[in-house]
Ligand binder design. Structure first.
Ligand SMILES: [Cu+2]
Length: 175
């Protein structure tokens, strides 16, 4: 969530919903605060409206339980703006390169190439893919984790920390 136009788009998309009384998106915390009648509008419809405006809402399924405040009439929704968003194109092109390397690998096997040459190519693909993971991890820490810490919401910060460690462990196990 980095530009005023995006915010305006999400807000107007939310305000168009039938029972929404007010909707405001906070730039600093990346949260949308929606005031609505819960008997007339479901969480899913709110999330749909956010997604229609071109953004993703975090933890959609758990929204009702975790983010509802003040007797169910206000909803605070965490908006998603992934850390890698500014580098999306560069990441996709790196992944395409990995795809090309993988195809080369298939060709090597089909061409009966020497085992060690194939293993060398597998290492190269693996290293390239790790590079992409590291890039995403970096931007996640810089953007998403920093954002969660800055939000001043200790639950949110804990959740992000836990998620990060789990991801690192999974990554480590894969090697
Ligand atoms: Cu992230």
């Amino acid at each position: 969530m980095s530009c005023a136009a995006c915010i305006a788009r999400v807000e107007s998309s939310l305000r168009k919903l039938s029972s929404v009384e007010a909707a405001s998106v906070n730039l600093a915390t990346e949260r949308a605060r929606v005031t609505y009648d819960p008997s007339a509008l479901s969480d899913v419809e709110i999330i749909d409206a956010i997604e229609r405006s071109g953004h993703k809402a975090h933890n959609g399924a758990n929204l009702a339980a975790s983010n509802r405040v003040e007797s169910g009439k206000h909803e605070r929704i965490r908006l998603m703006s992934h850390g890698y968003a500014p580098e999306q194109k560069a990441i996709v092109s790196r992944l395409r390169r990995v795809e090309g390397q993988l195809r080369g690998l298939q060709g090597m096997v089909e061409d009966d190439r020497y085992c060690i040459d194939i293993l060398t190519q597998i290492s190269a693909v693996s290293t390239a893919l790790d590079g992409v993971a590291l890039k995403i991890l970096e931007s996640h820490v810089e953007h998403c984790i920093t954002g969660a810490l800055a939000s001043g919401d200790p639950e949110e910060a804990d959740e992000k920390r836990r998620e990060l460690f789990e991801a690192i462990h999974r990554f480590n196990r894969a090697h």
